[in-house]
Design a protein around this ligand. Structure first.
Ligand code: HEM
Length: 409
């Protein structure tokens, strides 16, 4: 931990010097060739740090241990989900991303509209659809014996699922992929924001068209359009906030997770053999993979002046809860960088408490079907040595490209 000469504007007086971490979080994660190992260096320090550049040049608290991240998720009274200053600085529409940027007592009304579509039973009913999509994508490259996993599978897959869930037009898929590519890799913050706005404007028109015609595009859209907040209908902003979050929530989380999982699998041939011969171990593998490859860092704000872990915090300050740090904390998971599918981990990659990921059953189902299909249809999956394999770090960490090769079965 380096407490350095920082301006008062960067480090408020109440922040203890031993908590000050004068670093660019995204750049720190990108040092070396593994962001999980890079991030793991923070486990030697305190569980709560004040990062002078947590994201996009903004200062924020970062909780760095499994136990502090867990508490950040679980204690909604101390740590509010309302939008914080850091998110405001990056993208600040007048409406909230719902249900994620809401607190009790309102949160439950937003969440209950979505819940029926994401129960284990509802997701189980989509098994054939997820399998068919996986087969179609794998069919497109299986005979080549190689593919670029991110662009040919991982990014298309969750987009196609969201398009289907929401009833968006299939022919928009390529356009969505293009916008999302710019939102992540655009040359400037303005270009990235522009892509987010393009998605928003498209979804706004999509919503308004259904309201005008009275014909919802899917059962899920019908439920959102008919959403009720206690004794009144959802406002237009509440509808937009829900639709926009639903669109983005399951995209880069899923594609980033799939990338890291497949990259590991492609280097662990003993695990490939075990899972190929024992498909009943796939759920345990997905659990361990998601423990080890957390990808997101949800936000909270300090709800009132308080002391947490002996550290004074002021109302309204921003907090990041990086699940990729929590899942690799040696205090919670011995040998955290080792993938051990017999571990049965209790991790926080999907969050915890009232905001726990509503798409958790869908995401796990998608990952399990992906693993089963790749292992059944390919032998000796490996990373192609002569091609680039790069990743990005920001609030979500994900692979940009993963060149894979395999032998025919
Ligand atoms: C591997 C994939 C995924 C990961 C790692 C992930 C992670 C998370 C996390 C950590 C949260 C908690 C956010 C917070 O507490 O502030 C969350 C919430 C949420 N996720 Fe996911 N997610 C994944 C996939 C999905 C999918 C596929 C969907 C839907 C299509 C989805 C929809 C949501 C929604 C709507 C929320 C907000 C829930 C609430 O605020 O009550 N997620 N997710």
């Amino acid at each position: 931990m380096s407490a350095t000469q920082l301006t008062a504007a960067q480090v408020p007086d109440h922040v203890p010097p031993e908590c000050v971490w004068d670093n660019d979080f995204a750049a720190f994660l990108a040092e070396g060739d593994d962001p999980y190992l890079a991030g793991g260096r923070l486990h030697d320090g305190p569980g709560v740090i004040w990062a002078t550049n947590a994201s996009h040049g903004m200062a924020s608290w970062i909780f760095t241990h499994h136990q502090t991240v867990q508490e950040g998720f679980a204690n909604a009274r101390k740590f509010s989900s309302l939008r914080g200053p850091l998110t405001e600085a990056v993208m600040n529409p007048d409406w909230m991303l719902l249900p994620v940027e809401s607190d009790a007592p309102f949160h439950k009304y937003y969440r209950q509209v979505l819940r029926p579509f994401f129960t284990p039973e509802a997701i189980g009913a989509r098994q054939a659809e997820v399998q068919a999509l996986t087969d179609r994508l794998v069919d497109s490259f299986i005979d080549r014996g190689e593919c670029e996993f991110v662009s040919e599978f991982a990014s298309i897959f969750p987009n196609a699922m969201v398009v289907s869930l929401m009833g968006l037009p299939q022919e928009m898929l390529l356009q969505f992929l293009e916008w999302e590519e710019i939102a992540i890799h655009g040359k400037s913050a303005a270009e990235q924001l522009g892509a987010g706005i393009a998605i928003h404007d498209y979804l706004r028109d999509f919503v308004e068209e259904q309201q005008r015609t009275g014909k919802p595009a899917s059962e899920l859209m019908e439920a959102i359009l008919a959403g009720q907040m206690a004794d009144r209908p959802f406002s237009q902003d509440e509808i937009m906030g829900t639709v926009y979050l639903l669109f983005i929530a399951g995209l880069d989380t899923v594609f980033s997770s799939m990338g890291w999982i497949m990259k590991h699998l492609a280097t662990d041939h003993a695990l490939q053999d075990r899972l190929r011969c024992n498909p009943q171990d796939l759920p345990a593998a997905v659990e361990e993979f998601t423990r080890a490859f957390g990808v997101s860092a949800p936000s909270r704000i300090v709800a009132e002046d308080l002391v947490f872990e002996g550290v004074p915090m002021k109302q309204g300050e921003h907090i990041l809860l990086p699940t990729y740090l929590a899942g690799r904390d040696p205090r919670a998971f011995p040998n955290p960088h080792v993938i051990d599918i017999d571990r049965r981990p209790r991790h926080v990659t999907f969050g915890l408490g009232s905001h726990v990921c509503i798409g958790i059953h869908l995401a796990k189902r998608e990952m399990q079907i992906m693993l089963e299909s790749f292992l059944r249809r390919m032998n000796h999956i490996r990373v192609a040595q002569d091609k680039p394999c790069t990743y990005h770090t920001s609030n979500t960490i994900g692979l940009d490209c993963l060149p894979l090769e395999w032998d025919p079965v």
